[in-house]
Design a binder for this molecule. Structure first.
Ligand code: NAD
Length: 487
């Protein structure tokens, strides 16, 4: 992608916006200008919708096995370009290169393979109604779907949305976050090379206004959104104007519960993954870590020792564990939460400071922060910070911790550590969360549903049922006898 202005991708080709306007993309690692990005306007969105509508009519008639084959071909191309794509993702997000080949590119490849494999399995039901009559149902694609993405997992989000949409026979118009526009374009190139007909995957770039056009447009049949709860609410309102199908993948403030019999080393490792992976910019992070009072001191000691060994630095360096936050503004917001935690009486036991990385002056780096002595009412324990800030709370018994864990408007995820499996399953049944991990955290293998309950979202991604969210049922009643007349 050695081009100075990144175009939009509409109708199978690179196009520049009709207005000629652009916006600037910055590299989180050092704040330098990366390139200009073509800024879509209403005309470009109209064009994308109309080419998508035309292409989708034909695509809906293609057998699932053939649709799947194209996704599998895309997976192969992505695997061949894995390292290059991971580097683009690191450049665009500031996340370390030790993560992006695995958590980003492999996860996208898995989605292409998973939905490629099940595309042929879109099927309905059969009902025997007696006397030879019957009814059956058909799963039909919805039409043109719009995907709107967040900036923390740009490629994964674009693929988790487009692969099931295309597998189910839809077209997609994808708008990545304005902060991470690059790999949606790479994905479009890959789909084209894999043989996806023109017009089925389109990329429009821009800020919230571009998303807002898609959200309310009558030509969009389904909206799948990943982002924060406040934006999600606005998007849902806009989608209501045309009663669109929606999937909402929103924010969280998830609990991670460490019982007194937990394997402490594993629990510490998971708490670190659950808070510091991708600089803590992960929606499902377990940022409220409830530790049984009897093991608190041991837990904190091990946690601090390991956290202080984390390498903060150049995201392109293999040895880096903590890269750059997405932007200066976001970094300032995260640090303001650290200040707030101290003001509200929590004890900052390590980290929470801005770090200067040599030759990366314009990037925003910080040391992973651990707060002890936290209480449920503190804002650092209630609000999504979306940075490397862990709040450790203590508890005495199971009933109490379940109640406190659930005491939030969010319901994205939860985790627990215990060797007592009866307790593990008992507690899981009571946790209000879309994903629960027992003795691990934040794993999202293809095929396992992912999504939120409560205000964390609507719908599930990454699983066979996702195809249901990208299709609808048509019921067909077939009469083989005479019509019984009521008159
Ligand atoms: P955001 O809500 O600010 O923006 C998300 C997207 O919405 C962006 O593409 C943005 O341009 C667009 N947008 C903004 N205003 C809009 C409007 N009025 N209409 C339509 N689109 C609009 O979120 P963010 O800062 O990019 O991402 C961080 C958030 O995403 C966090 O809350 C995080 O938890 C959440 N997230 C959730 C998941 C999940 O799967 N549940 C995954 C990743 C991130």
């Amino acid at each position: 992608m050695a081009i100075s202005t990144l175009p939009l991708f509409i109708g199978g080709k690179a196009v520049f916006s009709s207005s000629g306007e652009t916006f600037t993309n910055y590299r989180p690692m050092d704040g330098a200008v990366d390139r200009e990005i073509s800024l879509a306007g209403p005309d470009d969105v109209e064009l994308a919708i109309s080419v998508a509508q035309n292409a989708q009519e034909e695509w809906a008639t293609v057998p699932g096995i053939e649709r799947g084959r194209i996704l599998l071909a895309a997976a192969r191309i992505m695997r061949d370009r894995r390292q290059e794509i991971a580097e683009i993702e690191t450049l665009d997000t500031g996340k370390p290169i030790s993560e992006t080949p695995y958590a980003d590119v492999d996860s996208a490849i898995d989605a292409l393979e998973f939905f490629g494999g099940i595309a042929m399995d879109m099927k309905g039901d059969f009902h025997d109604l007696g006397n030879g009559s019957m009814a059956y149902s058909i799963r039909e694609p919805l039409g043109v779907c719009a995907g709107i993405g967040a900036w923390n997992y740009p490629l994964q989000i674009a693929t988790w949305k487009s692969a099931p949409a295309l597998a189910a026979g839809n077209a997609m118009i994808f708008k990545p976050s304005e902060l991470t526009p690059l790999n949606a374009y790479t994905l479009a190139e890959i789909y084209r090379e894999a043989g996806l007909p023109d017009g089925l995957f389109n990329v429009v770039q821009g800020m919230g206004q571009v998303g807002a056009i898609l959200a309310s447009h009558p030509g969009i049949d389904k909206l799948t959104f990943t982002g924060s709860v406040p934006t999600g609410k606005r998007v849902l309102e806009a989608a209501a104007s045309t009663v669109k199908h929606t999937t909402m993948e929103l924010g969280g403030k998830s609990p991670l519960i460490i019982f007194e019999d937990a394997d402490l080393d594993n629990a510490v490792a998971a708490a670190m993954n659950a808070n510091f992976y991708s600089q803590g910019e992960v929606c499902s992070n377990g940022t409220r870590v409830f530790v049984h009072a009897s093991i608190r001191d041991m837990f904190l000691e091990k946690l601090v020792e390991r956290t202080e060994k984390m390498v903060i630095g150049d995201p392109m360096a293999e040895e880096t564990h903590v890269g750059a936050l997405i932007s200066e503004d976001h970094g300032e917001k995260v640090l303001s939460y650290v200040e707030l935690g101290v003001q509200q009486g929590a004890t900052l036991i390590t980290g929470g400071e801005r770090v200067e990385v040599p030759d990366m002056e314009g990037g925003f780096y910080m040391s992973p922060a651990v707060f002890a002595g936290c209480e449920d009412h503190m804002r650092i324990c209630q609000e999504e910070i979306f940075g490397p800030v862990m709040s450790v709370l203590t508890f005495q018994d199971e009933k109490e911790v379940i109640k406190r864990a659930n005491n939030t408007e969010f319901g994205l995820a939860a985790g627990l550590f215990t060797k007592d499996l009866a307790r593990a399953h008992r507690v899981v049944r009571k946790l209000q969360a879309g994903s629960c991990w027992v003795n691990n955290y934040n794993l999202t293998p293809a095929g396992v549903p992912f999504g939120g309950s409560k205000q964390s979202g609507i719908g599930r991604e990454n699983c066979a049922r996702t195809l249901d969210h990208f299709s609808e049922i048509k019921s067909v009643y077939v009469e083989l006898g005479d019509v019984e007349s009521s008159y």
